[in-house]
Design a protein around this ligand. Structure first.
Ligand SMILES: *Cc1c(COP(=O)(O)O)cnc(C)c1O
Length: 460
């Protein structure tokens, strides 16, 4: 019955046949795709979807809509689990995380008050602190670092700027040319002055230029927020974090590190040393829907000094009345700028506990190893040029002697055919294909086949 509920004693029984429908439609939908994308490009995809949808809001309902629309949704999806889906920091979610997320949807806790989310709020407190301790390993410090759960790197970066502004109302952002666009946008949102942008000549922040910029700006401690990047979106490069942290400490500048991509390296014993210096930042952006294999959304902002979070304290009598808080009901409203808030922590908690450090770290090692393998294939290939050895799991390459127009055309042709999803990045004033490898189960043959696809289209 279409009006049955997902929670309550009958919830699981109500869901069970519907899940069978969803799983069947995921199968049949995916089977129609020639590769990671549907064939035909935007107009064809939109036409097929329009036909599947028909009247979006009919007078009388259609009990087949779940099957019809999930089938069309899967048929027209970009499947991040396909080994040739490599354009973006768009990860294939783990089945275990997706299954856990279903429970969050069914129970529908909302993390704006304890009486809507008793277990969810307790779980979030524990797991957020545990993740904050990965960024800020325990030392002699008295205050316990904490982390806010966000919708992703964009919201985390906004919150980092907001917390800095609440420490100093006229804070000036200093970033490098390689910074994520969301930081600039956050200054606009918060009504802050235009950021000062220092050069990133080799794709990473130039520490000498940062030192000069901070000297020129002067001002008392805390009036400048430096934002460094650990894992640039274009090339996966990591700024020289220890140097930057030292310069910030000398100048009394606050430091934020946007580790939306690179933060995933914390999960790997082998790759974690690349993040040395991370713990010297006041705030750190993490994004487990990138190198963490979570369904969207799974962002975090780790905060070294939990006193910074007092800035978010907010009262709404129906959610956190003083006498309720005094009587011991946890006050959740100060953990986000959102009010109703999904329990994104459940899938994260289930993933961390199911896989443990060893298995999660191995996934990180695998995608980094795939990137190294792809780079080696390109490096010895007579018709391709490699931009550089990968730092994380991003590989930039281009056909030797090709023009930028060819690179852009080949990328769009492969998209329209549905055969491969490659990204693009402009570096050294040339256009490169970008392959961001996030599928731990990719095989060596998949990488060879990806290069063959590109080569085949370039030659024509
Ligand atoms: C992806 C990314 C972001 C934005 O994160 P969303 O989850 O897309 O909001 C910010 N910074 C960097 C470096 C990123 O790679």
């Amino acid at each position: 019955m279409s009006t049955a509920l997902a929670s309550g004693p009958q919830g699981p029984d109500n869901l069970s046949p519907l899940l069978a429908t969803v799983l069947a439609a995921l199968r049949t939908g995916a089977a129609t795709r020639p590769g990671p994308l549907p064939a035909g490009g935007p107009a064809d995809v939109a036409a097929r979807l329009r036909e599947a949808l028909g009247d979006p809001f009919p007078e009388h309902g259609d009990d087949h809509a779940l099957h019809t629309l999930v089938h069309a949704f899967a048929a027209g999806a970009a499947d991040p689990a396909h080994p040739h889906c490599t354009a973006h920091l768009h990860c294939p979610p783990l089945a275990i995380a997706t299954a856990a997320d279903l429970a969050a949807s069914a129970l529908n806790p909302s993390l704006d008050s304890w009486d809507q989310a008793p277990a969810a709020s307790a779980l979030e407190t524990l797991v957020a602190r545990a993740l904050a301790a990965e960024v800020y390993p325990p030392t002699g410090r008295t205050a316990t670092p904490d982390a806010l759960v966000t919708t992703g790197g964009t919201e985390s970066n906004q919150l980092a700027l907001l917390l800095a502004r609440e420490r100093h109302p006229h804070v000036r952002l200093v970033q490098a040319e390689n910074a994520h666009h969301s930081l600039h946008r956050a200054t606009w949102l918060l009504g802050l002055p235009e950021p000062v942008t220092v050069p990133a000549p080799a794709g990473t922040m130039d520490p000498a230029a940062l030192d000069q910029a901070l000297t020129a700006l002067g001002g008392p401690p805390g009036t400048v927020l430096v934002a460094a990047t650990a894992g640039t979106t274009d090339a996966g490069l990591i700024d020289p974090l220890p140097d930057i942290a030292g310069i910030c400490e000398t100048h009394g500048a606050r430091l934020h590190i946007d580790a939306a991509y690179g933060g995933g390296l914390l999960l790997s014993d082998r790759h974690r040393p690349q993040l040395d210096g991370l713990a010297r930042a006041h705030t750190v952006t993490l994004d487990l829907h990138k190198l963490g294999w979570q369904p969207v959304a799974a962002g975090l902002l780790a905060v070294r000094d939990p006193d910074d979070l007092h800035a978010l304290t907010h009262h709404a009598d129906y959610l956190n009345a003083d006498d309720d808080t005094e009587a011991g009901l946890p006050d959740l409203l100060g953990r986000s700028l959102r009010t109703t808030r999904r329990a994104d922590i459940l899938k994260i908690a289930v993933t961390l506990k199911t896989l443990g450090r060893q298995r999660l770290g191995a996934l990180v090692d695998q995608v980094c190893a795939h990137a190294t393998a792809l780079a080696e294939l390109i490096d010895v290939h007579p018709h391709f040029e490699l931009y550089d050895r990968p730092t994380i799991s991003t590989v930039l390459f281009r056909p030797t002697h090709a023009t930028d127009t060819t690179v852009a055309d080949v990328r769009r042709t492969l998209l329209a055919q549905g055969r491969a999803v490659l990204g693009r990045a402009r570096l050294d004033n040339r256009l490169w294909f970008k392959a961001t490898l996030l599928n731990p189960h990719t095989q060596p043959d998949d990488l060879t086949a990806l290069l063959e696809l590109v080569e085949g289209h370039t030659a024509r």
